[in-house]
Design a protein around this ligand. Structure first.
Ligand code: ROI
Length: 162
């Protein structure tokens, strides 16, 4: 059994509803259906593509799936919710990124864990810190040491039900 952290992001087709639906799906792959989910945050898009604001969150749960099985399950959920893999850094109905798989470091063609961009992304770090304040990353860095005041200012919490 491994404790994993997954980032959720959406900016199309009722993003709050996309995240609500993804949380229901994640519960089905979590041991005993228990999962911890951060608040939902509105965040401006990172990257040069002009697109709607994102809704972001982070979920944490224990799983018996190995990393590739988990990746397959996450991609299946994305596809069920209408994700089309087209424009790089373009808008999406649902993005589920495996951030952390216990303390493992994974470097496979399909999967890099910890997630390559997580240390710079406020929309990952702020919700992650909300549910795992004292987290130490596999590289031994404290999550808290990565958070800056600008990051905190760049996101705001939104209601998670509509
Ligand atoms: N920007 C924000 N704010 N949130 C995301 O989830 C997100 N996801 C992406 C890119 C396009 C990089 N930008 C994002 O994939």
């Amino acid at each position: 059994m491994t404790l994993v952290y997954v980032a959720l992001g959406a900016n199309l087709a009722d993003p709050v509803q996309q995240l609500n639906q993804a949380v229901v799906a994640l519960k089905k792959i979590a041991i005993t259906g228990e999962i911890t989910v951060s608040s939902y945050y509105s965040s401006t898009p990172m990257g040069d593509v002009v697109q709607p604001d994102y809704v972001n969150a982070v979920a944490c749960f224990n799983t018996q799936l190995d990393p590739i099985e988990l990746l397959n399950s996450l991609q299946e959920i994305e596809q069920r919710q209408g994700r089309v893999r087209n424009e790089r850094w373009g808008p999406r109905t649902l993005d589920l990124d495996l951030l952390l798989y216990g303390l493992d470091t994974i470097d496979l063609p399909r999967l890099r864990v910890p997630h390559y961009g997580m240390k710079e992304r406020s929309f990952v770090l702020i919700p992650l810190a909300e549910i795992a304040e004292d987290l130490i990353l596999p590289c031994h860095q404290a999550l808290k040491s990565l958070l800056t005041p600008e990051m905190r200012r760049s996101l705001h919490k939104i209601p998670n039900r509509n």
